[in-house]
Write a protein that binds this ligand. Sequence first.
Ligand SMILES: Cc1cc2nc3c(=O)[nH]c(=O)nc-3n(C[C@H](O)[C@H](O)[C@H](O)COP(=O)(O)OP(=O)(O)OC[C@H]3O[C@@H](n4cnc5c(N)ncnc54)[C@H](O)[C@@H]3O)c2cc1C
Length: 502
Amino acid sequence: MNTPYWISSSEGVNFEPLKEDISTDHLIIGGGLAGVTCLYLLTKAGLNVTLIDANRVGYGTTGRNTGKATAQHGYVYSKIEKNYGIDIAKKYYKANAEAINFIDDTSRQYNIDCQFKRLPAYLFTNSPEYESKLEQEFELYQQIGLDCSFEKQIPLPVDVLCALKMNNQAQFHPKRFLDGLVEQAIKQGAQIYENTRVIDFHPGKECVIETKSKNKITAKKVIIASHYPCYDGRGFYFSRLKPERSYIIGIEMDSFPDAHFINAEDPTISLRFIPEEKILLISGENHKVGHKDANHYQNLKNYAKATFNTEAVKYEWSAQDYIPHDYIPYAGYINSDNKNIFIATGFRKWGLTNSIASAILIRDLIVEGTSPYEELFTNMRVKDIVSFNFLKENADMVFQLVSGKLTLGETELPEEKGIGVIVNVGGKRCGFYRDEEDNIYLVDTTCPHMGCELKWNSQEKSWDCPCHGSRFDYKGNVLEGPAEYSLNSYNEPKNKINPQIM
Ligand SMILES: Cc1cc2nc3c(=O)[nH]c(=O)nc-3n(C[C@H](O)[C@H](O)[C@H](O)COP(=O)(O)OP(=O)(O)OC[C@H]3O[C@@H](n4cnc5c(N)ncnc54)[C@H](O)[C@@H]3O)c2cc1C
């Protein structure tokens, strides 16, 4: 049930892990939509490109979302305009609208069977506070020149005060689209290695990257598309990105209006129908990683029952994305000194278009030396750092660093199976888990990324980092996030901390 529809309904190709030292002109780290679109575009431009992924291509967040391709990214244009002005708000729209066209054109060109479909997107609210905000947002839509309308009703059985309808948006099957790009990139000469995790990064005129299997890759240019950057390069992404987790259920529905929907206020609910399967995806229950352990799937099921009167749940899965404090992703040069290292991150759960926009930007910087979107996505902006969100999230990070270390946990080992608990074994703080066969796992719960204390996630049976979103299974293996090393077990030395900042 926890395998996303997108992954269970796409085949993809398996690639071998890297087993030797290699050199390449361009190395892409990360095979999600950001990395694979770069791979496709750069090999199309005739360049020598290698992509590596710690897991399998397309099995990260790209295979675990709601599959909306839209420039309507919640209530966002007013926030961007307030920080950076109308021209940047216009550019944000244009970059994402072009990304939708890219999916449309490319899937037609190569006959990629990715269920691409144009339809309108609705942003609705039932909150009086957001009613006036959406009125202002609508004025901005008009200034930007969007094809849109202000509505008082939406074609769903939910109460609304108003809604913004953005026409000519789209939905698609992100994993099948990615598989189609991979196929083309291979024909264009790309090299791909899966199960190849980067654990060390040495910048330079030629960058040297070390993998977990102890192989070295030498590359003239490197594109870091590992979702959360696996190398920080003094971009201070560890303080600029908030990891946020969301949950999705897929319920059986005979029919649904030809549109997708999201509300503006908290708690967010996002709705997207898959007509080919007669499944409605309901996404929500957002929370900062490691900050809330609740019965999230049940809460979404309760919403489905109350709103659509159904309990026929066919899928459930969860995923996370990284939220920049000023709502705009970071893409382009990693910093002003290293013009041979590029980054694409911080997609705020709107990365299906933002990752493509970032890949087009990076391709243009590498091939043309310039891009109209460099200023939009640059990490040189400082409004994110002076924002209230920045201060709040970084204060929380400091709290998470010290708080867990002050409390020592239970001293009795729990009898219950299938739950994770912090215990104190001989004065040592450990994460305890007893599986169904009575095997006991005791791991060091200090995150190997930057030393924050991990929290138990009962929905996914994982240890999650409340600071930067690294996640580990109960045996200590890395599931996702910036951490490069697994958790050591009770009888091993303490975890090695490796922040990858310098
Ligand atoms: C619940 C949810 C719903 C969403 N719905 C939508 C939506 O409807 N529309 C939309 O536009 N966006 C949506 N998004 C956002 C979107 O899915 C993501 O922003 C996007 O897929 C991110 O792509 P990526 O390539 O950056 O990352 P990923 O797809 O996660 O790929 C990163 C890859 O890097 C690899 N990697 C990581 N570390 C290393 C390392 N050290 N060495 C080698 N490889 C490494 C990983 O294995 C992974 O395969 C949603 C997100 C969530 C969480």
